[in-house]
Design a protein around this ligand. Structure first.
Ligand SMILES: NC(=O)C1=CN([C@@H]2O[C@H](COP(=O)(O)OP(=O)(O)OC[C@H]3O[C@@H](n4cnc5c(N)ncnc54)[C@H](OP(=O)(O)O)[C@@H]3O)[C@@H](O)[C@H]2O)C=CC1
Ligand SMILES: O=C(O)C(=O)Cc1ccc(O)cc1
Length: 443
């Protein structure tokens, strides 16, 4: 860790300008927080939105017309733009970068970002990239912040870590290759699962909070997170999956696991299903000791329901989405706990929900019994399998346009519920993150 002392930070602040290109939700969060911590911040969004941004944020930090003006005056410049456009945008503003400054980006996949920097930035410019592993509505305190010292001196790293220190995040130092492998294992597959839930509900024309089929804490978590993802912009999820080559095989494996497990269910091959699920359980959770404390439980999550009935008791179902994630982690040789240091809140929640299903006595057995014998979930599970395959194909073809069309169709279907889902989801995530923090402090 190379954060300066508070005295050094004060000195840095007198001579340093931090530039942000792209004032969307993440860029704005950085600009506002850096400025509030005492840094001189210069930011821009698209040229055509200059007046609007200047009027709205001009009293908080300096707003300039475009990335050329940011680049010319800033000592550390962060590109916080759509991943798919990073090459074009860096090619446009990169040559204007101030001599000797440092450049980084906030995009979720680092290979194309670093490639764009190497291609378009002048050679005297250093490169240190960042990635806050959470969305804009999560308190950055204690959340992982990846820092990639790609082409830079330790002195420059100290400056960047000093700037970032006002976020109070946990700095995690990785190469861009390590970053992309870990985020493919964690974020990309997590999103594939929640995106498939939303698409499957939409295909079945079913609002999951309206039916008693999906009651209980686990279902609440799945519904809230899926809607949370669909309430955001499509490009965040499309970018991190499509631009990351490692993510393609992970998402394909997830879809394959869904299909193969579902086949065993409808063919009534209980022994094979049980053997396969139990072997995956051993690979993924086998190392946990008897005294391992579960992150989540159904009771904790029961209150975060989107329906107006009193909190409902858990209804058993086949839990195909959770069986398939453990099966794919196992097939891919991923032990998700190894990635906790570099994980997003949604990944930790997904792991918590899965861990609850697999490690609570009798729950998994009950779920396998339902999966084999109860036909009520066949249509839902079939649609889930098709949805997971559809996302896998869209990602593997690298088709941003089709991704957008699919995503926004589901988005429109759920749109009326977003305000309530965001409110309930924020409370749920706050409770879960507090529990994680309490647990860490106890250990
Ligand atoms: N949202 C999240 O939870 C997280 C996102 N990220 C990553 O951070 C990056 C930004 O994401 P996010 O803030 O969510 O996305 P947003 O779409 O909210 O922000 C991107 C902003 O950049 C603007 N922009 C586009 N072209 C230019 C340009 N040439 N010059 C200046 N600004 C431009 C966009 O304008 P317009 O909309 O008009 O195109 C938009 O306002 C992405 O790469 C994303 O993957 C990382 C961590 C978390
Ligand atoms: O927690 C998640 O997985 C999110 O969906 C928020 C998010 C989106 C993109 C990122 O690059 C990092 C975090």
């Amino acid at each position: 860790m190379a954060i300066g002392t508070s005295e050094e930070i004060k000195q840095f602040q007198q001579t340093t300008t931090v530039g942000i290109i792209g004032l969307g939700v993440m860029g704005l969060m950085y600009a506002e927080r850096f400025s509030a911590a005492g840094w001189h911040v210069v930011g821009c969004d698209r040229d055509e939105n200059y007046e609007q941004f200047k009027t709205k944020y001009g009293d908080k930090f300096e707003v300039v017309k475009n990335g050329h003006y940011v680049s010319r005056v800033s000592d550390y410049i962060i590109y916080s733009v759509e991943a798919a456009n990073i090459d074009r945008i860096v090619s446009e503003y990169g040559p204007s970068t101030k001599v000797g400054s440092i450049v980084g980006g906030q995009t979720s996949c680092k290979y194309p970002e670093i490639a764009a920097f190497e291609k378009h930035l002048p050679k005297d410019v250093e490169i240190i990239s960042v990635h806050s592993l959470h969305g804009p509505n999560v308190d950055p305190t204690g959340q992982p912040l990846v820092i990639i010292q790609h082409r830079a001196s330790d002195k420059s790293l100290k400056l960047v870590e000093s700037i970032m220190s006002c976020l109070h995040s946990k700095h995690v130092h990785l190469s861009y290759q390590e970053h992309d492998k870990i985020t493919a294992d964690t974020q990309a597959v997590t999103h594939a699962a929640f995106l498939s839930m939303g698409l499957a509900w939409c295909s079945c024309n079913q609002y999951p909070w309206e039916t008693p089929k999906w009651t209980g804490g686990l279902e609440n978590a799945k519904i809230n997170i899926s809607l949370r993802i669909y309430s955001n912009k499509y490009h965040v999820y499309a970018g991190l999956a499509i631009t990351n080559p490692s993510a393609h095989s992970q998402i394909l494996q997830y879809s394959r696991s869904c299909e193969e497990l579902f086949t065993l269910m409808i063919q009534g091959r209980k022994e094979e299903l049980t053997e396969r699920v139990m072997s995956a359980k051993k690979n993924v959770f086998g190392h946990l000791g008897k005294d391992h404390q579960l992150l989540l439980d159904d009771d904790l999550l029961q209150q975060y329901s989107l329906n107006n009935y009193p909190p409902g008791k858990r209804q058993p179902n086949s839990q195909l989405s959770l069986l398939a994630i453990v099966d794919s982690w196992s097939s891919l040789g991923i032990v998700p706990y190894d990635h906790i240091i570099c994980s997003t809140p949604l990944f930790r929640i997904f792991l918590g929900v899965t861990e609850y299903l697999f490690c609570t006595p009798h729950l998994l057995e009950e779920c396998l019994q339902v999966a084999i014998s109860n036909n009520n979930f066949r249509k839902d599970d079939l649609n889930f399998v098709m949805a997971s395959r559809e996302w896998a194909f869209i990602v593997s073809y690298g088709d941003f346009k089709l991704y957008k069309t699919r995503f926004e169709k589901v988005q429109r279907y759920f749109e009326h519920m977003f305000p309530e889902a965001t409110k309930v989801g924020n409370q749920m995530i706050k409770t879960i993150l507090k529990r994680v923090k309490d647990r860490e402090e106890k250990n």
